[in-house]
Design a protein around this ligand. Structure first.
Ligand SMILES: Nc1nc2c(c(=O)[nH]1)N[C@H]1C(S)=C(S)[C@@H](COP(=O)(O)O)O[C@H]1N2
Ligand SMILES: [Mo]
Length: 199
């Protein structure tokens, strides 16, 4: 028996280097939904961005698909402590959808079919950090994971990535969404472990 090397102090295990504090890795893709899965017919589906003055920009399903898309590969972190690394998506960057929108607002309230909502600073939807995703791992996004389309904003805890996304309202003040009203953090940075209000 040789001496077991426990690793060098201060050197991070490459397998967990991308794991925020308090998280564990899962190979699965758990489904977390606060209510039943809504079914939205594609010819009824709309996505809209509503400015703080009430002006609205809307897209049909066909119009969304015609916009240039990206294929981000990102790590996702649920506040219930599972993380999944290297998930593969396809979707339209929010930068593209916000481009025609004239706004002075600083906050976004994201609304879903089915009634879910979540809030975040508008800046967190810009800069290539957020997408309206409609494919996962090379397939159409399954309904239980938010299909036909969900918000994907992986640098925040995954409750911010609203499934069955319907629209984004822009506001001058931060408006708490579903979980934020129940005591979860208004921002939710996994690297700063912002799980609950006050963290
Ligand atoms: N509309 C809607 N979006 C939602 C939720 C929800 O209940 N309803 N749950 C959130 C939470 S807590 C998490 S962890 C992720 C889970 O996404 P998944 O079911 O695809 O893993 O979706 C988020 N988006
Ligand atoms: Mo979650």
């Amino acid at each position: 028996m040789g001496v077991v090397t426990r690793g060098f102090v201060g050197r991070r295990d490459p397998a967990t280097a991308n794991l925020p504090p308090g998280q564990y890795l899962t190979p699965d893709f758990p489904v977390l939904s606060a209510g039943p899965t809504p079914r939205i017919e594609l010819d009824q589906w709309r996505f809209s961005v509503t400015g703080e003055t009430g002006s609205e920009h809307g897209w049909t399903w066909q119009e969304l698909l015609e916009l240039p898309s990206k294929q981000p590969i990102v790590d996702i972190h649920c506040v219930t402590k599972w993380s999944k690394l290297g998930t593969r998506w396809q979707g339209v960057p929010l930068d593209t959808l916000l481009e025609p929108v004239q706004t002075q607002a600083s906050y976004a309230l994201v609304r879903s079919y089915g009634g879910y909502s979540t809030n975040l600073p508008l800046a967190d939807l810009r800069g290539g950090k957020a997408w309206i995703a409609y494919r996962y791992d090379g397939k159409d996004l399954p309904a239980e994971h938010g299909g036909p389309a969900r918000l994907l904003v992986p640098h925040l805890y995954f409750w911010k990535s609203a499934k069955w996304v319907r629209g984004i309202e822009l506001h001058n003040e931060d408006m708490p969404g579903f979980w934020e009203t129940m005591g979860y953090h208004s921002y939710g940075d996994p690297w700063r472990e912002q799980r609950y209000a006050g963290d």
